[in-house]
Ligand binder design. Structure first.
Ligand SMILES: [Zn+2]
Ligand SMILES: [Zn+2]
Length: 393
């Protein structure tokens, strides 16, 4: 079968590889109709996660069940399904409690497994024609319709992107009337804006530096803030102050700020003064200023405990200088980490099917799998309006 193989940092090739086989009686084999490229694939592509050479990458599949192991109870050949990025067993203590991304058995010796991801269990990735899914009953999410229908791009986002965005709003308990500030207008930041509005947020600001992504944020009803046009935190605080004129109690100025702040960028954030330079703490520095006292902070952009190519020694070990005192003084609640995709994906499927949310609005490109190398180059450069790419195997 054809698959996207990482050959060396910043290079993928489309190669003929061996077809996956059922390895256990609880496995499922999927034939994929869509498979998306994620910002996390770019971290792998850029060599920042270490390893991964000669690996089939990808972790956002949608397809139809082609074969099932003899011990499958629920999944049938012909079912249209997606599976979460994080591979779960369904029976370990973390899976039982709904913390699927930290499954204790699928990546022996560590918590958390995923497809096509260095250090997460060695599972073959999903940017391919076929995918082996372990523990099929626990992982498969059944979907209505058929390949190529109007839900195709909505459902492919159920594997990772949409649950990750929803996780951000769950970590921060977004509710009616919240003022939400999101750093990052990639697929996750944009979908987080969508989820925040679905949960009743009064206003959502989205901060980024790429015009096409900011335009998309505006289309979704968010207030786009271009970080290249001056201090983003100052401008958001000024706008919030203007909008509270006439409704705030006298002396309430100290409470100005956003009730919810979300980092959807992570360790590869850029220095707003020099966009060519990475500055991983730039987002938390801004969010500590923007968040209101008793606000909630959600960190869903990826951070690593080992990043040999980071600029300083502390960052190489995932250690950063952050404004801890400010966050403590404000009594901020912080939530972070990988999303427990399976915890949300059935409810999100139902919201899609009932027309409550339309995540495919952020998909910018659909390309044949054979064009993956070009897609990676352009997506990595964020050129030509590349926001979210779906490959067709
Ligand atoms: Zn992803
Ligand atoms: Zn488990």
């Amino acid at each position: 079968m054809q698959a996207v193989v990482l050959t060396k940092p910043r290079q993928v090739s489309i190669e003929e590889v061996a077809e996956p086989q059922l390895q256990a009686t609880t496995d499922v084999l999927l034939r994929l109709s869509s498979t998306a490229i994620c910002g996390t694939d770019l971290h792998i592509y850029e060599g920042r996660l270490g390893g991964g050479e000669r690996m089939v990458i990808g972790h956002e599949p949608l397809g139809v069940v082609e074969r099932v192991g003899s011990d499958l109870v629920n999944v049938r050949v012909g079912d249209r399904v997606t599976v979460p990025t994080h591979i779960c067993c369904g029976f370990c203590p973390n899976c039982v409690h709904g913390f699927w991304a930290q499954c204790l058995t699928t990546n022996p010796g560590k918590a958390g497994a995923a497809y096509g991801y260095p250090g997460m269990g060695g599972y073959t990735g999903a940017q391919a024609e076929l995918l082996r899914v372990p523990f099929g009953d626990a992982n498969c999410l059944r979907l209505p319709g058929e390949p190529g229908d109007s839900w195709e791009h909505d459902f492919v986002l159920l594997a990772d992107a949409l649950p990750t965005a929803f996780h951000a709003t769950e970590l921060t308990r977004v509710r009616e009337g919240d003022i939400v500030v999101i750093y990052g207008a990639g697929a996750i930041g944009l979908l987080t804006a969508m989820c925040a509005y679905m949960r009743g947020a009064a206003q959502v600001f989205v901060v980024d530096a790429i015009p096409e992504r900011l335009d998309k944020a505006g289309e979704l009803g968010a207030v786009p803030i271009d970080m290249r046009e001056g201090d983003a935190a100052d401008r958001i605080l000024e706008q919030l102050a203007r909008e509270r004129t006439g409704i705030a109690w006298r002396g309430e100025e100290a409470n100005l700020g956003a009730t919810v702040c979300i980092d959807a960028i992570g360790f590869q954030a850029r220095d707003p003064h020099d966009y060519s330079v990475e500055k991983p703490t730039t987002v938390i520095d801004d969010l500590a200023r923007i968040v209101a006292p008793k606000g909630r902070l959600g960190i869903i952009g990826v951070f690593l405990d080992s990043d040999p190519r980071a600029r300083d020694e502390a960052a190489q070990h995932g250690e950063y200088l952050i404004p801890w005192g400010t966050l403590f003084k404000k009594g901020v609640t912080i939530g972070m980490g990988r999303d427990d995709d399976k915890r949300y994906n059935d409810h999100l499927r139902d919201s899609i099917v009932r027309g409550r949310i339309n995540p495919s609005a952020i998909v910018s490109h659909r390309l044949p799998l054979r064009d993956a190398a070009d897609a990676f180059t352009k997506f990595d450069a964020r050129s030509d309006g590349y926001i979210k790419v779906v490959l067709e195997p």
